[in-house]
Design a protein around this ligand. Structure first.
Ligand code: NAI
Length: 331
């Protein structure tokens, strides 16, 4: 198939090209995000290959359909950026990568916990400046602490297992509890109890209408005072302004974000020479107890390899059968 590959990064060429040599698709790497202004770049292609900050609303999908695009191939698990109803209406199929490396994301969540707890981000800078003072670096033993997991799917399960290995009590909330997770030693509780009892809460559920602002003023008030919140899932799960207020009062003890609700304007780009225009994000950066990474939880070589292989397999399967096992049926 002829594929317009939007939001392409240099590191992706080296992963997609070798595998595509066996698949034979024509990949046209395009730097811009897909949106209403750039959709015309898809002219002459049967497929658009997109990532998490490409915009696939009804307007864009209609434009793609008029241009003859038959397939949207998401190189991600989350597809909250794609209007599935519009895709169905315009007869554009949607495929995704349901799983690549749950370890990549779960391990990144753990890295954020360890950093925020033991303040290695601050220690790194101090030691390089010859400052060996320990004031302000006090952490706590993870062993024996309660860790709440919201969403015990592929990533949440791996995360839960790692935290059990640290000797934590793992509590969980999921709309569909999983027997094998319970057998692992995880205790399912109502969401309010998970928030009330946990020293650390890590979000691993998808962004849906029902989960938007899952963490807001009301739920932050229910959390254990001084608890740590980790979000490696999707920015829209957290009301950032409410979180800033909770950090200011100390109700929230620390925050690790790999995703941010307005990340499309920031992440994946080098903006180091520019003035930051997002005042909410700028305020977050002032807290010593906030750690932000730019949507890199998925970024391991194993995960990239998995994304490339499944994406190209999805496109090949759709080309030869008109369908794919990783097709999203829509509403
Ligand atoms: P999954 O589909 O295997 O698991 C999601 C779990 O959330 C399911 O068990 C589901 O029942 C549960 N869930 C659904 N609605 C819920 C609700 N209202 N409350 C609590 N739980 C709910 O998904 P997977 O692979 O574990 O991924 C989770 C999320 O991680 C993805 O949706 C994606 O947004 C995010 N992600 C982030 C990445 C990053 O680089 N930061 C990379 C990959 C995924």
């Amino acid at each position: 198939m002829k594929v317009a590959f939007f939001s392409a990064k240099d590191f992706e060429h080296g992963v997609f090209d070798p595998y595509n040599a066996r698949k034979g698709h024509v990949l046209r790497y395009l730097d811009p995000h897909l949106n209403a202004d750039t959709a015309s770049l898809a002219a002459g292609h049967d497929c658009v290959c997109v990532f998490v900050n490409d915009v696939l609303n009804a307007e864009v999908i209609e434009k793609l359909a008029v241009l003859g695009v038959k397939l949207i191939a998401a190189r991600s698990a989350g597809i909250n950026h794609i209007d599935l109803e519009a895709a169905k209406k315009n007869q554009v199929a949607v495929v995704r990568v349901p799983a690549y490396s749950p370890f990549a994301v779960a391990e990144h969540a753990v890295a954020m916990i360890l950093t925020l707890n033991r303040k290695t981000h601050r220690a790194y800078n101090r030691v390089r400046e010859g400052n060996f003072a320990l004031d302000g670096l006090l952490g706590f033993d993870l062993h024996g602490k309660s860790v709440g997991v919201v969403g015990t799917g592929k990533i949440g399960q791996v995360f839960a297992r790692i935290m059990l290995g640290f000797g934590c009590e793992v509590l969980a909330y999921d709309v569909a509890p999983n027997v094998s997770v319970r057998e692992m030693g995880v205790q399912y509780l109502p969401m309010a109890d998970v928030l009330r009892k946990s020293d650390i809460v890590s979000l691993h559920c998808p962004l849906l209408a029902a989960t938007r602002y899952l963490i807001c003023e009301e739920t932050l008030d229910k959390m254990k005072p001084g608890a740590m919140l980790i979000n490696t899932s999707r920015g829209g799960l957290v009301d950032t302004k409410a979180v800033i207020e909770a950090l200011k009062t100390g109700q929230l003890g620390s925050l690790g974000l790999d995703v941010y609700e307005e990340e499309a304007e920031l992440f994946f780009e080098d903006l180091s020479g520019q003035v930051l225009q997002d005042d909410v994000f700028a305020r977050l950066l002032t807290f010593p107890n906030v750690l932000i990474t730019g949507h890199q939880a998925f970024f391991t070589s194993e995960a990239l390899q998995g994304i490339a292989m499944t994406t190209l397999d999805n496109i090949s399967e759709f080309e030869s059968t008109g369908d794919s096992k990783n097709r999203i049926r829509g509403k």
